[in-house]
Design a protein around this ligand. Structure first.
Ligand code: DGL
Length: 289
């Protein structure tokens, strides 16, 4: 895999990149799994860092932001879109998927909620599952609905975490305040004796070690990455969209905010060179949808 300065100027659909977006660096945990599962594919990742955090935005705002992010990725010739953000998936996935089917050449959109719900229901032995997520994601009820569809007898204990994604995105060393924030988020889940916890924000796998320590060794942590990557692999294969290129694919990063900060924190989390991060102006994005 290598950074690119010129992905997919055009050509056959299977040679086009997979588009991935999040409000910031959290979606890199999803991109990581996609790079592991699909090393030959090209990727274009867009972080809406100028409007981070998404976790307390209204559903209407998230619908609009998601449509704008998707349009920008389609301009980059994305053949499939991955919403690597739980807040955007919870609030906007159905509307975005409809929009993409109606207004484009049928580009599909895959989000992060359902793959986690499926894994969590399969993992729990007691039927008590915890959810840590941003306030918007918790308020949307998206996980309750997804879990009830899979098994109506499972109970979900949801804890909104208003500041956690921002602490992670800031990329500083974890201090006592950060640990205390995580401890407080975990306390109700320990009290509810859940045996499985869904990391319902793509930023949270970046502090997986701390979460496992504070939740205890018998709790299974579930994140979207690997299951979502399998869903993407399936979608590409069944729709004839898998690249026919054998070597390592290319990747490119874009963000709406400060490129240096994004490159610095992102490089540390993803542990690979970012190459040039391209700045996408908000005025340009806002004119797209
Ligand atoms: N990573 C995002 C999520 O999965 C959101 C964090 C935020 O922007 O608040 O929900």
């Amino acid at each position: 895999m290598r950074p690119s300065t010129d992905i997919a100027g055009g050509g056959a659909p299977r040679r086009r990149p997979i588009g991935v977006f999040d409000s910031g660096v959290g979606g890199l945990t999803v991109l990581h799994e996609l790079l592991v599962a699909l090393p030959q594919e090209d990727f274009v990742y867009l972080g809406d860092t100028a409007r981070f955090p998404y976790g307390e935005r209204s559903p209407a705002e998230l619908e609009q932001f998601s449509a704008q992010m998707a349009e920008e990725l389609l301009r980059r010739r994305a053949k499939l879109l991955v919403v690597a953000c739980n807040a955007a998936t919870s609030a906007a996935l159905p509307a975005l998927a409809r929009r993409m089917m109606e207004t484009t050449l049928g580009v599909e959109v895959i989000g992060v909620v359902r793959p986690e719900a499926l894994q969590a229901v399969a993992a729990t032995r007691t039927g008590r599952i915890g959810l840590l997520a941003t306030p918007t994601t918790v308020a949307s009820g998206a996980y309750e609905r997804a879990i009830a569809e899979i098994d109506a007898h499972v109970t979900l204990h949801a804890v909104p975490c208003p500041t956690l994604a921002s602490i992670i995105q800031a990329g500083r060393q974890f201090d006592e305040l950060a640990v205390q924030t995580v401890r407080e988020a975990c306390a109700p889940l320990r009290a509810a004796e859940v045996d499985t916890v869904i990391l319902g924000c793509t930023h949270y796998p970046l502090i997986r070690l701390m979460l496992q320590r504070l939740l205890g060794p018998s709790v299974t942590l579930v994140s979207s990455g690997a299951a979502l990557a399998r869903q993407v692999e399936h979608a590409l294969s069944t729709r004839g969209l898998r690249t026919d290129h054998d070597g390592e694919g290319e990747y490119r990063f874009l963000c709406t905010g400060d490129v240096d900060g994004f490159r610095e924190v992102g490089t540390r989390f993803l542990q690979m060179p970012f190459g040039e991060v391209e700045h996408v102006g908000l005025a340009h994005v806002e004119a797209l949808a």
